[in-house]
Design a binder for this molecule. Sequence first.
Ligand code: SF4
Ligand code: SF4
Length: 368
Amino acid sequence: MYYKQYGSTDMKVSAIGLGTMRYDEEDIKADRLEKCAEIPLYAFEKGINYWDTAPFYCEDKSEIVTGIALSQVKRSEVYVTSKTNLGTIDAGDHPKKEDFRKRLEMSLDRLKTDYIDFYHMWCMLSLKSWEKHMDALYGFFEDAKREGLIRNIVFSSHMQGDEIETVVETGKFRGMLIGYNALNYRFRQIGIEAAYQNGMGVVVMNPLGGGMIPENPDAFSYLTEGTDLTVPQAALRFVASHKEITVTLAGCTKKEHVDDAVKAVENLEEKPTSEIVKKYEGKGVALNNLCTGCSYCKVCPKQIPIAKYMDAYNQMILTGDKGAILDRIENHWGITKDKAKDCIGCGRCERHCTQHLPIIKRLKEIAE
Ligand code: SF4
Ligand code: SF4
């Protein structure tokens, strides 16, 4: 395994981290949690020492599974994360310290540990939302850190590069978790560089673009040039090779996924982001305007299946064929285009969209 230094700290973390939101669905449903815990244990054997978890992942069982595994390894040899925000605490916009504590203690219990290495102010979608969380929660994070319950305060975000830069420059966080991949890299480049320059660790989620990269291997084959890697492996390597990126999270359901991810960083060569961006300039479909299927737009008062329609729109962008939209809607998703007409243009989905997509306009195009 290739290790990197986490920001300006002395922590050495594996270039691949374990994303724990993809434990086997059937095993999760049937509560075969010990079996799911074989994945982090196997990852540990392969040198992966950064495990990223959160409440609600895998029917709210990811922390429990991760805790089963964590209790079987030497605690100091793994860096484990968890996350919280106002929505998770569920006590309005001004929760009390006890409300924050209750959530944190639940994570600690589930993880069978008395401290969390990286505790995230989770899913900051905009500067406004981040400011609200700073007012309501940051003091509680600091208290928990003073008491040794959390070791590092970090944030996770779907903001754009320049907004991330604003947060980074406050100096309030030791590191950050952001979505970054061969599809959206131009979108977040500034933020990553700013974090690195400020001595922060940078952890990347969604390195495969919500599955879009493996599903469209032809469009991304340029990433494999000169390597013996598959497209998904090359996409992981693409991210991990950024000097400014510390950990690339790989969601693993099977042990083979762990092996694939480990292979992706064999003999890794780190390069500055600016050099990587230059190398891929004009190649493939490095677009920021694709839906990643994250489903944060599931707030539609008209219950429009936005992510499905946006996924269909992706097909048109990727193939250049308008007919691909309808084909995907009907033959992949098994729905019709009619529901797209129900959009009343309220804009809620666009305010939540992690890719800042013009959803209303696209729905109109689909409906027409
Ligand atoms: S703008 Fe349209 S699609 Fe978006 S939440 Fe409102 S009604 Fe739903
Ligand atoms: S439309 Fe935006 S929020 Fe919705 S799934 Fe796609 S990227 Fe995510």
